[in-house]
Design a protein around this ligand. Structure first.
Ligand code: FAD
Length: 449
């Protein structure tokens, strides 16, 4: 019998394993996929370029991520809008600089932001005000408070980008943080999307895995069942016809929260834990990239950053690696919410065709003709991925208090033998790589051993 089984080799599971090993534990990590990293997954381009199919940006305050990158010798490169944004907004022209919209429209956006900030402040003192904000959806809040359809569209788009969700799916309380990031004095998302990691963030996962003792990590081992027996935990994994059973003193479930309820747990989850997990369904995202020899749109004075208006691919970002070698012109598209679910069912050819058509609509015929046929296409269909099934993280449903749910779910259960570790439970950086590293290393103090 070993000390701890960690289920899942995303950043949270790997950080948990490293912390437990450091603490003297004998650990096995069982990972369903044939790779580490989970929602952090990069595709390699010819000549050393890379595309992030999952997590892409690192914030200035993401101390754990930046520290680990330094330890592993992974350099940072600037995020795409360090100097403010130049955004093509379909139907709304182009804005450049640090703030979307000028004049009356800019005022309307600021007024919406002020109203949200005031509501959030009132919510800290008054439970009725708190409920009003929490129970509204983003869509119902903007319908009630924002008249200009372009400003409303911008708010919905900001939400979509940040939460991989539709405005009717999530609580209006989310908009407060989202708008903070977009209207920050240093430019939209300047803090949280300050850096990329040269070569891609999956190196954080492969680096952590490489530091575990040999034989600790087992790939291709989907865990189906966890049984508590006589003071021990039996973890059943692999081929259901000929399952492997690993016996340990405790288990760390480092899988996406919405997948915990799909594990067969015996005894079952305590009622409040199951109920909390059911209130955290996954958001939805499909992310895909077209690759050209070079970022031709820049030669036409276009940023490549496009904020859409309900098109299947709602946002495009220039994700070209910081190199001018061939294969270095990369446009990444994001589809979220219902559009992501539709595209996930459509198949890769349809997704590629829709992305190419979206680029033409967004950047215009002149740029699209100059770009010509892409030399590559790569995608992350996170809705379709069996071991993620969703988006960046869970939806914040209207009427729920995500802080209270996460607080409950951070508590171990069954005498401290079962504990969750997930980016999505972090108080500071939920659904970020930083949150995954923080929550992973925290299991050392939560498990009874
Ligand atoms: C498209 C996209 C863009 C993102 N952009 C950013 C960004 O720019 N910056 C940022 O910081 N974050 C971003 N994120 C979020 C970030 O990737 C996640 O918050 C973080 O990586 C989650 O880590 P985790 O270890 O908690 O979960 P995961 O990475 O989901 O790891 C869970 C692991 O468990 C495994 N698993 C699942 N079920 C089983 C099972 N039954 N048995 C065994 N193993 C199992 C999975 O295969 C996976 O490896 C993005 C995410 C996505 C999808």
């Amino acid at each position: 019998m070993i000390d701890v089984v960690v289920v899942g080799a995303g950043l949270a599971g790997l950080a948990a394993a490293e912390a437990l090993v450091r603490d003297g534990a004998e650990v096995a990590v069982l990972e369903a996929r044939d790779r580490v990293g989970g929602r952090v997954h990069d595709a390699a381009l010819p000549d050393g370029g890379w595309v992030e199919l999952g997590a892409q940006w690192v914030g200035t305050e993401h101390a754990r991520v930046l520290g680990l990158a330094r330890e592993l010798g992974v350099a940072t490169v600037a995020g795409h809008h360090r100097d403010g944004w130049a955004v093509e907004q379909r139907g709304g022209g182009l804005f450049r600089g640090r703030r979307p919209f000028d004049g009356a429209r800019g005022e309307a956006l600021q007024a919406a932001a002020r109203l949200l900030a005031d509501s959030a402040e009132a919510a800290t003192r008054d439970p009725v005000a708190a409920a009003a904000l929490r129970d509204a959806t983003v869509a119902s809040w903007t319908t009630a408070h924002v008249e200009d359809p372009l400003v409303r569209g911008f708010l919905h788009q900001a939400l979509a980008n940040e939460a991989s969700a539709d405005p009717g799916e999530v609580s209006a309380a989310l908009l407060v943080d989202v708008l903070d990031g977009y209207l920050d004095g240093d430019g939209p998302l300047a803090d949280v999307e300050a850096f990329r990691l040269r070569g891609g963030p999956q190196q954080l996962a492969t680096g952590l895995a490489g530091r575990l003792p040999p034989g600790t990590l087992h790939l291709g081992q989907p865990v189906r069942a966890v049984r508590l027996r006589d003071g021990a935990v039996e973890v059943v994994s692999g081929d259901p016809a000929r399952p492997d059973v690993t016996t340990a003193g405790a288990v760390v479930l480092a899988v996406p929260l919405s997948l915990v309820v799909r594990l067969h747990l015996d005894p079952p989850l305590p009622g409040p834990v199951d109920a909390a997990l059911q209130r955290l369904p996954m958001a939805s995202v499909v992310k895909a990239a077209l690759v050209w020899e070079r970022p031709v749109w820049r030669e036409h004075d276009r940023s490549g950053l496009v904020v859409g208006d309900g098109e299947p691919w709602c946002t495009f970002v220039d994700s070209s690696p910081a190199t001018d070698r061939p294969g270095a012109g990369v446009l990444t598209g994001f589809a979220v919410g219902a559009q992501a679910r539709r595209l996930s069912g459509a198949g890769p050819d349809a997704r590629r065709a829709a992305l190419l058509a979206g680029v033409r609509r967004a950047l215009g015929d002149a740029v699209a003709d100059a770009l010509g046929e892409p030399v590559g296409y790569v995608e992350g269909d996170w809705v379709g991925e069996e071991w993620t099934r969703g988006g960046y993280g869970p939806l914040v449903l209207p009427g729920t208090d995500p802080v209270a749910l996460a607080t409950l779910l951070r508590e171990p259960w069954h005498d401290g033998r079962v504990v969750l570790a997930s980016a999505d439970l972090d108080e500071e950086w939920p659904s970020y790589m930083e949150g995954a590293l923080r929550q992973g290393s925290a299991v050392v103090t939560r498990l009874a051993r």
